[in-house]
Ligand binder design. Structure first.
Ligand SMILES: NC(=O)c1ccc[n+]([C@@H]2O[C@H](COP(=O)([O-])OP(=O)(O)OC[C@H]3O[C@@H](n4cnc5c(N)ncnc54)[C@H](OP(=O)(O)O)[C@@H]3O)[C@@H](O)[C@H]2O)c1
Length: 366
């Protein structure tokens, strides 16, 4: 299937132009802005690309098969993304397995610093990191310390968005107050420019929003698992709350950990623990994947691009995980166009008809 090229290379907002002609044309040097200013999305104090990239895989050997030999390719992936207007990257202090703990933040910081000395671009990049609610982080001071450690790993002066990775309300309600006050403290000390949450359900989201408001701290973003495999009532309720309070919803795992790329089948599974999950879910995804393929073919897009575009059409900022230039390039083709309302209905109907669903993150609260 033909790939839809990244917007900056070959097309502008209204559609694509003949790629071959543009490549051989003397006008190919005329570079259009990759993402036009009016296509950027407001997220708290920031103006971000309508899609960011996730970096969970950068350092994770167990689930994602990361190896240090991938670093040059990851750096190229990062540079290519930035050159094409992506200025939003998600990471976490818990990303990276075993001795590689923190590797995702380290790599992201290194790539930003080394991004060919383009100071203006570096300043434009928004890093959102997440602080894990480890059981030993029980005071606000320990969260401030965690934030300083992240800054140290990334060697940055300030973090764009400091997010709580998950709420402890379900199993350690008292610790929850340390999380909230920790967020307030890092904001007041200027360690983070804005604050956000992750895996907060509708009830907890309202609670923390109200608490932060009293403390004079605006809640900028809420990150949840949101995709065609994960579009239940909770997700829609969270989205409505976000819209009414001016919080930006960030959709994580927009490709269902890879299942919505269309490249895996029950007989073609990824290596590692994902295989166990995919074996269970994929057989129930036929109606959805067929519908995605149909729309993709009609639009000369790929299945991944349609799945990501669906998240954008729902008013969220998706952060697909990328492991190489090819994936980033393909995912960039999710920008610069929109599914029609009929296509959205068709795909959502197929998703509801499909018995396969993603499992909820165990840390997701109500
Ligand atoms: N807050 C949280 O608790 C939480 C939880 C999960 C994720 N996140 C964030 O959300 C980000 C994205 O979620 P995710 O990484 O879990 O899953 P995802 O975005 O649904 O899937 C990403 C994976 O799909 C494959 N892929 C991506 N683009 C592709 C393409 N164009 N063609 C073929 N394969 C492609 C890659 O893996 P393979 O090539 O190995 O298949 C990639 O690692 C994470 O990186 C992380 O930053 C946050």
């Amino acid at each position: 299937m033909a790939l839809s090229a990244p917007t900056s290379y070959f097309s502008c907002v209204s559609g694509s132009i003949d790629t071959k002609a543009s490549l051989s044309s003397p006008f190919k040097l005329l570079k259009l802005p990759p993402i036009w200013p009016w296509q950027k999305v407001k997220m708290g104090p920031f103006s971000v690309s309508p899609m960011g990239f996730g970096t969970w895989a950068w350092g994770n050997q167990l689930l994602w098969g990361y190896q240090e030999s991938m670093n040059p390719d990851l750096e190229q992936t990062f540079n290519m993304a930035v050159e094409n207007g992506v200025n939003f990257f998600d990471t976490a202090d818990s990303y990276g397995t075993g001795r590689l703990n923190g590797q995702s933040e380290k790599l992201l910081g290194k790539f930003i610093r080394e991004s060919k000395g383009r100071k203006q671009r570096q300043d434009d990049i928004v890093v959102a990191t997440k602080f894990a609610a480890y059981p030993w982080r029980v005071t606000p001071g320990q969260f401030v310390k965690a934030c300083k450690s992240s800054l140290e790993r990334m060697q940055l002066e300030q973090i764009g968005i400091g997010q709580l990775h998950w709420s402890t309300a379900n199993y350690a309600p008292l610790q929850e107050f340390a999380l909230w006050d920790g967020l307030v403290a890092m904001y007041e000390q200027g360690l983070v420019r804005a604050v956000g949450v992750s895996n907060y359900g509708p009830k907890q989201l309202l609670k923390i929003h109200d608490y932060l408001k009293i403390r004079g701290v605006p809640l900028c973003s809420a990150q949840v698992q949101f995709s065609l495999l994960s579009m239940g009532e909770d997700q829609m309720e969270i989205k409505n709350i976000c819209d009414s309070l001016g919080i930006r919803l960030i959709s994580y795992s927009p490709l269902g950990l890879g299942m919505l790329t269309g490249k895996y089948t029950a007989s073609k599974l990824p290596r590692g623990p994902r295989a166990l999950l995919f074996r269970r879910i994929l057989p129930g995804l036929e109606p959805l994947l067929n519908s995605l393929r149909e729309v993709a073919q009609r639009r000369s897009k790929t299945v991944s691009q349609v799945a990501i575009n669906w998240c954008i059409c729902k008013g969220t900022v998706p952060i697909p995980g990328v492991k190489n230039v090819k994936q980033a390039e393909e995912n960039l083709g999710a920008l610069g166009w929109r599914l029609s309302s009929e296509e959205l209905l068709q795909i959502e109907y197929a998703a509801r008809e499909s018995p396969g669903r993603m499992i909820q993150n165990i840390f997701q609260t109500r």
